[in-house]
Design a protein around this ligand. Structure first.
Ligand code: URA
Length: 206
């Protein structure tokens, strides 16, 4: 897919999300938060779900955690527009509770289609819930900052959720150190020959 086709497919997905009433999260949402950024991004960041500010604005990571995410991106010379930022669920769970398993399951095909469309070189998960959807069983305290290539060829980088640093400012240095690894990880991915395409059953795993 070229850039224009990717953009148009992402807009189509966003329109479907805006009309979605498949789970109860639609009842209390102000706006859906499909995700935003560069359709051709090499890196896709995936958070957990929109909070209050995101629900009001329809954009991911625009609250306090988002400000810190912007700082982290800037620390490696990236702007938000260089990356694509999305969430596992596209509507705010009331009171910022964790999304329920069936809400995640219902929303999952949207994220899957976004991943297939953008086809990023690297997927950085933000927080343990996002990580565990892709890499079940890992502990974020051990996995953060260490890239993992799955059998289907996709490379994931588990990262702490930026909100973690809001409650514990000493965490900031850990976030910064993990982000500092991203440019070299991307370079390594780009210089490694692409693995052969996975068989269809495996590509359905995400
Ligand atoms: N936290 C998330 O996981 N996603 C957002 O969009 C905002 C805060």
């Amino acid at each position: 897919m070229n850039s224009a086709e990717k953009k148009s497919e992402l807009e189509k997905i966003a329109a479907e999300i805006a009309a979605c009433t498949s789970c109860k999260l639609c009842e209390q949402r102000t706006k859906t938060v499909p995700g935003a950024g560069n359709p051709d991004a090499e890196i896709l960041f995936i958070g957990e779900g929109p909070g209050r500010d995101e629900d009001l604005q329809g954009e991911p990571f625009v609250g306090a955690a988002g400000k810190f995410l912007n700082e982290l991106l800037a620390s490696i010379g990236l702007k938000r527009e260089d990356a694509f930022i999305a969430n596992v669920v596209k509507c705010r769970p009331p009171g910022n509770r964790d999304p329920e398993p069936e809400e995640v399951e219902t929303c999952w095909p949207f994220l899957q289609r976004q991943i297939e469309t953008i086809n990023p070189k690297l997927i950085a998960t933000l927080g343990r819930h996002s990580m565990n959807r892709f890499l079940p069983g890992l502990k974020i305290s051990e996995a953060h900052g260490n890239p993992k290539r799955r059998k289907d060829g996709r490379v994931f980088l588990p990262l702490y959720h930026p909100a973690a640093a809001l409650y514990s400012p000493s965490q900031k240095t850990v976030h910064l150190a993990d982000f500092a690894k991203i440019p070299a990880i991307l370079e390594k991915i780009k210089s490694t020959p692409e693995p052969p395409p996975p068989p269809p059953e495996q590509s359905k795993l995400i």
